[in-house]
Design a protein around this ligand. Structure first.
Ligand code: SAH
Length: 237
C-alpha cells in the first residue's frame, strides 16, 4: 500500500519492559486522541503484547502508528482497533465474528474484550496468513477462539447469529451472508469503497431496516473471495 512510511527492517533490541511501557503510553495516547474510551478495550490493549504478532524484523516498531508487514497481509496500525471496536460497542459476553484474521492481534484483543462468556470467530482466506496467526495464538496460549480458513464473505454459520461483526478488508458492498448472520440489534463495521474512497461504515440491523453511518476514511487491503473485487484463480470452494 502506498503512503505509509514503513520503517526499515532490523534486528529487534527492545525488552519486554520497554514494550510494556510503550503499550501503556499507547493507551494514554489513544485516549487523548479520542480513539479509546471503554475500560474493557483499554484493558485489552494493556493486556495483549502486540509485539508478538509482528514479524521479527519489525518487532521494535510494534507501537508505531503505521501498518506493518505481516507474513502476507499487513498488521493494521494500533489506533485502527479501537476505531473499529468502540463504534461496534464490543463488550463482555458478545459473540463476535471477524473477517480477515491477519496476524491474529485483532482477534486476540476481541477475545480479551468479550471475555470467557463471549466468543470470537475469525475467518482468514489466505492459508499462509492463517497459519501465521494460528501459531501466534498458540504461542500466547489462546486456545478458545474459533479460527477458520475460508472465505469470510460467506460468514460462519456454525456460531451464527453474531452480536458484532467486523470486516477488516475493503469491500464494494457488505456481503449479504454477513447481514444475515447478524442478530437483530447487532452491529457490523466495514471499510466500504464508495467512489474510489474507502469509508469506514457502521451498520445496525433493526427489525425492519439496516441503518448506516459513515465514520471516517480508511485504507485497507481489498476483500477477496466471492464478494471481493479480485477474481480468485484456482481457489477452493
Ligand atoms: N484483522 C487483521 C487483519 C487485517 S488485514 C488485523 O486487524 O490486523 C486483512 C486480512 O483480510 C488479510 O489477512 C487478508 O488475507 C484477509 N482477507 C481478505 N479477503 C478475505 C476474505 N474474503 N475472507 C477472509 N479473509 C480475507
Amino acid at each position: 500500500m502506498q503512503g505509509w512510511p514503513v520503517p526499515p527492517p532490523k534486528e529487534p533490541t527492545k525488552s519486554g519492559e520497554e514494550f510494556k511501557k510503550e503499550r501503556e503510553e499507547k493507551v494514554r495516547w489513544l485516549i487523548s486522541q479520542g480513539y479509546l474510551k471503554s475500560k474493557r478495550i483499554q484493558d485489552a490493549i494493556r493486556q495483549v503484547p502486540r509485539e508478538e504478532f509482528i514479524p521479527w524484523s519489525y518487532r521494535d516498531y510494534a507501537y508505531l502508528e503505521v501498518p506493518l508487514p505481516g507474513e502476507k497481509a499487513t498488521v493494521s496500525c494500533p489506533h485502527s482497533y479501537p476505531l473499529f471496536y468502540e463504534p461496534l460497542g464490543l463488550d463482555k459476553g458478545h459473540k463476535f465474528l471477524e473477517v480477515g484474521l491477519g496476524s491474529g492481534y485483532g482477534a486476540v484483543l476481541a477475545r480479551e474484550i468479550v471475555g470467557q462468556s463471549g466468543l470470537v470467530v475469525s475467518i482468514e482466506i489466505d492459508p499462509m496468513t492463517y497459519e501465521y496467526a494460528r501459531s501466534n495464538l498458540a504461542q500466547l496460549g489462546y486456545d478458545d477462539l474459533i479460527l477458520v480458513l475460508g472465505d469470510g464473505g460467506l460468514g460462519y454459520h456454525g456460531k451464527a447469529p453474531y452480536d458484532k461483526i467486523c470486516i477488516t478488508a475493503a469491500c464494494g458492498e457488505v456481503p449479504p451472508p454477513l447481514f444475515e448472520q447478524l442478530k437483530i440489534g447487532g452491529r457490523l463495521i466495514a471499510p466500504v469503497l464508495q467512489e474510489g474512497i474507502q469509508r469506514l461504515m457502521l451498520f445496525e440491523k433493526l427489525e425492519q431496516e439496516i441503518t448506516q453511518l459513515i465514520i471516517c476514511d480508511v485504507l485497507y487491503v481489498s476483500l477477496r473471495g466471492q464478494y471481493g473485487f479480485v477474481a480468485e484463480v484456482g481457489q477452493e470452494g
